[in-house]
Design a protein around this ligand. Structure first.
Ligand code: CO
Length: 213
């Protein structure tokens, strides 16, 4: 049986380097996690959440899937969000997309890839909603990268439409949902300037509240 020796060797080196700086490092980290941020990013191997923002283990709660989607019926996404907001009390939820996202590109093409096409249908919906703007961009590369941005904005909205976020806002818990982009070629992050932190910023059709008994 082939074992992945190199990864265990890397692990040993990593443990050693952490322990050299702080012999108590793992004892402290094992105690609890106190992340103030939830990161929802793409599974793409070139977008390593913690590394990009320079955060240590315990500082960033992470959920990654193909094309950083947050479909409102996905129990995986909803469970992560609920735990982050209700239990960990994270103050920031960050949806981070990245230019040249393969998932978004696949959603612009007309051939089947498999099961993932059903997942990427969410991005086709984003295209359909923004068809007028997108069809006007003649350069295909630019159109594709704009769709990556619009997809991030839609996922920010989807998160803000959940009962989880709206309940948190109604009980005055500080919580902001951010839309960011990561550029693979420069390594830089960009804030799309779409940061929602109150129910008033949500389209009224999506505002819902508990009925008092
Ligand atoms: Co991607």
């Amino acid at each position: 049986m082939k074992k992945l020796k190199i990864l265990f060797e890397n692990n040993q080196l990593w443990v050693k380097s952490k322990m050299e700086k702080d012999p108590e490092y793992f004892i402290k980290t094992a105690k609890d996690q106190l992340p103030n941020y939830l990161w929802i990013g793409c599974s793409d191997a070139r977008v390593p959440a913690n590394e990009i923002v320079g955060l240590e283990p315990g500082e960033l709660f992470v959920h990654r899937n193909v094309a950083n989607l947050f479909p409102h019926t996905d129990f995986n996404c909803l469970s992560v969000l609920e735990f982050a907001v209700d239990i960990l009390k994270t103050e920031h939820v960050i949806v981070c997309g990245h230019y040249n996202c393969g998932g978004v590109k696949a959603a612009m093409e007309d051939h089947q890839l498999g099961l993932v096409d059903n997942w990427l249908r969410n991005i086709r919906d984003v295209y359909a909603t923004n068809r007028q703007e997108l069809d006007q961009i003649e350069n295909l590369g630019m159109r594709y990268n704009r769709l990556v941005e619009l997809n991030v904005l839609q996922q920010v909205k989807n998160i803000c439409h959940t009962t989880i976020v709206q309940d948190a806002w109604r009980r005055k818990q500080p919580l902001t949902v951010h839309g960011w982009m990561y550029d693979l070629e420069s390594g830089k992050l960009r804030d799309l300037g779409y940061n929602l932190s109150s129910i008033e910023e949500v389209d009224p059709i999506y505002r819902i509240q508990r009925v008092k008994p």
